[in-house]
Structures are given as C-alpha cells and as structure tokens.
Design a protein around this ligand. Structure first.
Ligand code: UDP
Length: 319
C-alpha cells in the first residue's frame, strides 16, 4: 500500500514507518519537526517537512491507500497550561486531515490514541468499554478525535482504527525516544545512568500500590508497531475499531528504576518528590480485544528487554 505517515520523524511514528517500509509498503512521512528529528525518518521513506493542517489537502491529492496519524502534541503538563495548542494541534489538525481523506477518498486510517482518555480508572485492567473521563487536556483532545473518527467511519465508510497506547518504551534499532524536553520515566532514568542528570525524582511513594509508587503498563515500541500493521490490514469499511495496547502487566516506578539499575550497572540515585498532578495510581491495559481481533501478541513483554533496548539506543546516541 501507499501510506502517509504523519509524525514519522517522532518516536512511535519513526518506528512504525520503519516497520511499514520493511513490510514492503511505500511510505511518505510528513512532519513539521516541531518535536521530531529529520534524521529519525527511516531510510526508504520519502520525507516532506510541512505543517499538516495546511498541507493535508495538497498531500493527499497524489493518491494514498491509507494514513497512519501519529503527529500530535503529547505532553500532559503542557496541555494543561496551553490548552489552545492541544485543541488546535490535535483536534483542528486532525479534522483537516479527515476532511482531506474524505475529499480524496482515502479510506484507511490508523490513529494514535492514548490510555489518557480513561482518566482515573474504576478497575484494573482497563478494557475498551471502561468509562472515558480524561483528567487532562491531552486525553480530552484524543478522545474528541476518537469520537470524530467514529462519525467519519459511519457517515463516509472510512476503515478506521484507534489504538490507545499505554506506556510506550524501548527502541527499535536506531529508532527510539529522544524528546528535547524529556518527561517519560525510562528515558529520564537512563539519563541518570548516562551522567546527564544527577538523580531521578519519584513522583510520590504513598499511592495505594504494592510499594507506594505508581503502576504503569510498559509496552515495547516494536510490539506497538506490529499492532499498527495488523490494524491497517484488518480494518473494515464503515467501522471504527478501538483497541487498547499494553502488555497487561503493571510495574511500579521503583521496579522500573531497579530494572534500569540492573541493566545499566549504575546505582541511579533516586529521591521521593511530590506526586505529579493528574497522575492516576495505576494504569494497566486489558489488551485482550486487540489480541483476539488483531491476532497480536507482545513479543518483547519483559521489562528488562524493553529497558535493554532503550539503553542500547541511548548509549548509541552519545557514542
Ligand atoms: N515518573 C516519576 N518520575 C519522573 C517521571 C515519571 O516518578 O521523572 C512516574 C510518573 O508519575 C508515572 C510513571 O513514572 O507514574 C510513568 O510516567 P511517564 O511520564 O513516563 O508516563 P505517563 O504514565 O505519565 O504517561
């Protein structure tokens, strides 16, 4: 298929672009490089640097079989301080993309959604049928787009899938996580091991969890990418399917730090700090629906494998 990958210079987008290209698809990446990196666009993918909201219509005139839409603003804290940036960057831009897809009859869509749409969960693990009550603007914008996509699928026959990511981690060879402003736990902990930070802050140790620190479901980025390939193949016209993607196992912040200590051989000093606003105590996915419908199974589910890959990527970047 000929595929447009928006945000293909970013973390998840570049890994998915690489896997799609390896699988024999023709991949065109569009990215405005606001948070991505031109050298992260995989070899073999055509790269167009452009603002998606402005470029979507023109880009799709050349004809595509499908779109994988990763381009988004995704910092929870920033979304609370600058909501307009998120409603504009996530919702308005995606609406333009949907309109361009309708206009140019591009029917396949895979959309990056997030566990943040669920907010504070009532029960763990979280199925797709759980109530969606986002506690931050980022999650609200992604949920709004999930609703818009359902409308487009129903009205215009789009074959759409939203994938709700839990905590994406790890790396795929030369493609990995390198945000200018890093907020995610594993890359931050590895920065300490690399000597780029003195210590890691643990955001609260009084949560109702086994060791008092927050529990998250870490999924390897290459497993996530595989789910995108399957979602693209199995999409049905007129349907919008929504799947959670996680490993189904939760790890505490302390367990993550301990695993990073084992993998890196570095003591990684840590200190307990105040809880971060809006953080739920536990987020663990039920990915049963994805496993059944997409015949997908995480292949790199062990936390130490995920950390080893992230560590190899982080070390290669500074070598
Ligand atoms: N966290 C932490 N210290 C940090 C960064 C994150 O204790 O410097 C915690 C955070 O509170 C959450 C978990 O690590 O419980 C994962 O956070 P991350 O930002 O990686 O992903 P999120 O779950 O917020 O999407």
């Amino acid at each position: 298929m000929k595929l447009l990958v928006t945000g293909g210079a970013g973390y998840v987008g570049s890994v998915c672009a690489a896997r799609l290209s390896e699988a024999g698809h023709e991949v065109v990446v569009v990215d405005d490089l606001s948070t991505g990196h031109a050298d992260a666009v995989p070899d073999g993918c055509r790269f167009i640097e452009a603002d998606l909201a402005e470029a979507a219509d023109g880009l799709l005139t050349e004809g595509f079989d499908g779109v994988l839409h990763f381009a988004a603003k995704s910092l929870v804290g920033e979304s609370m301080e600058h909501p307009a940036k998120y409603w504009q960057g996530n919702v308005v831009t995606t609406l333009r993309l949907l309109e361009a897809m309708r206009e140019h009859r591009v029917s396949r869509l895979v959309f990056s959604s997030t566990a943040a749409v669920y907010g504070q969960p009532e029960a763990i693990p979280i199925p797709e049928s759980a109530p969606t009550r986002p506690t931050n603007t980022y999650g609200a914008t992604k949920l709004a787009m999930d609703h818009a996509i359902t409308s487009y699928a129903t009205a215009h026959g789009m074959a759409a899938t939203s994938l709700r990511y839990f905590n994406v981690a790890g790396a795929y060879g030369p493609y990995g996580e390198r945000h200018v402003v890093e907020t995610h736990l594993i890359p931050i902990v590895l920065q300490v091991a690399l000597g780029q930070r003195e210590q890691v802050q643990i955001f609260g140790d009084d949560w109702p969890t086994q060791d008092g620190t927050c529990v998250r479901d870490y999924i390897h980025v290459a497993d996530l990418a595989e789910a995108h390939l399957r979602a693209l193949d199995r999409a049905q016209p007129g349907q919008h399917r929504i799947y959670n993607l996680g490993n189904g196992t939760g790890f505490t912040v302390k367990q993550v730090i301990d695993t990073c200590r084992e993998v890196t051989g570095h003591p990684i000093p840590a200190r307990v700090a105040s809880p971060r606003e809006g953080d739920p105590a536990s987020l663990v996915a039920s990915s049963e629906y994805a496993q059944r419908q997409l015949e997908w199974q995480p292949q790199r589910a062990e936390l130490d494998t995920i950390v080893q890959h992230a560590w190899a990527f982080a070390r290669a970047r500074i070598a």
